[in-house]
Design a protein around this ligand. Structure first.
Ligand code: 5RP
Length: 223
């Protein structure tokens, strides 16, 4: 296991302490979340809502009960990784293409714990492209609108989401107002979801660092 992977694992381990025994849990998608699933004791939670087919399979393999989506706020905690996070706990997500279900589950959960290796913390979001899930027939139309906003859309060729959508990875966007840009992107007809989590931010960011896990809450100082 390389150093970044070790940091992901330590962040995932720290997240276990944030999950109350017997709760309903939301679980994200990706390599950091996979560490979390492997570390989650079998009978710790009542059941879990998965943000992707891959996560549902991983949870079942671990012996954890997977349940369908439930009404908002019944999920105590949502645990997921990110492609980028800023000190305001706003995120770019969707590197794994599961952004739509991730946003649905995150929004329905009372707390969102984001777990990542230290390299994911940035001063300003936008080094990582912003993934957009789009309805396939609208791909070119969405791409044209995104170019007008200053972005360079790149189609994730051959990739189909769990919802039958396609992904446009938008490079070069200047993200000064994450929630504002998220709203603009999601207002384009054919965009199912934008991978900016500016409105539903994380409540706590657990960052694996060489010296241990750093806890970042909104408003806390970052170096
Ligand atoms: C999947 C995601 C992931 O959380 C994000 O891509 C981070 O992945 P990893 O934990 O593998 O670094 O948003 O859609």
């Amino acid at each position: 296991m390389g150093p970044r992977d070790r940091q992901k694992k330590e962040a995932a381990r720290a997240a276990l302490g944030e999950v109350p025994k017997g709760c309903w849990l939301g679980v994200g998608t990706g390599s950091t979340t996979n560490h979390f699933i492997r570390l989650l004791p079998k009978r710790w939670v009542r059941g879990a809502v998965a943000s992707s087919v891959a996560t549902a399979q991983a949870l079942k393999r671990r012996g954890i009960r997977v349940v369908p989506m439930m009404p908002a706020r019944r999920l105590a905690v949502y645990v997921d990784g990110a492609d980028e996070a800023d000190s305001g706990l706003r995120l770019i997500k969707g590197g794994g293409g599961a952004l739509t279900r991730e946003k649905i589950v995150a929004t329905a959960s009372r707390r969102f714990i984001c777990i990542a290796d230290g390299s994911k913390l940035v001063k300003r979001l936008g080094r990582h492209p912003v993934p957009l899930e789009v309805v396939p027939m609208a791909r070119e139309q969405v791409a044209a609108r995104v170019r007008k906003l200053g972005g360079r859309p790149v189609w994730r060729k051959g990739f189909v989401t769990d919802n039958g959508g396609e992904i446009l990875d938008v490079h070069g966007l200047r993200i000064t107002d994450p929630a504002g840009l998220e709203k603009k992107l999601e207002a384009i007809p054919g965009v199912v979801c934008a991978g900016i989590f500016g409105k539903r931010k994380a409540d706590l960011l657990l960052l694996g660092m060489p010296a241990g896990v750093r806890r970042v809450r909104a408003g806390s100082k970052t170096r």
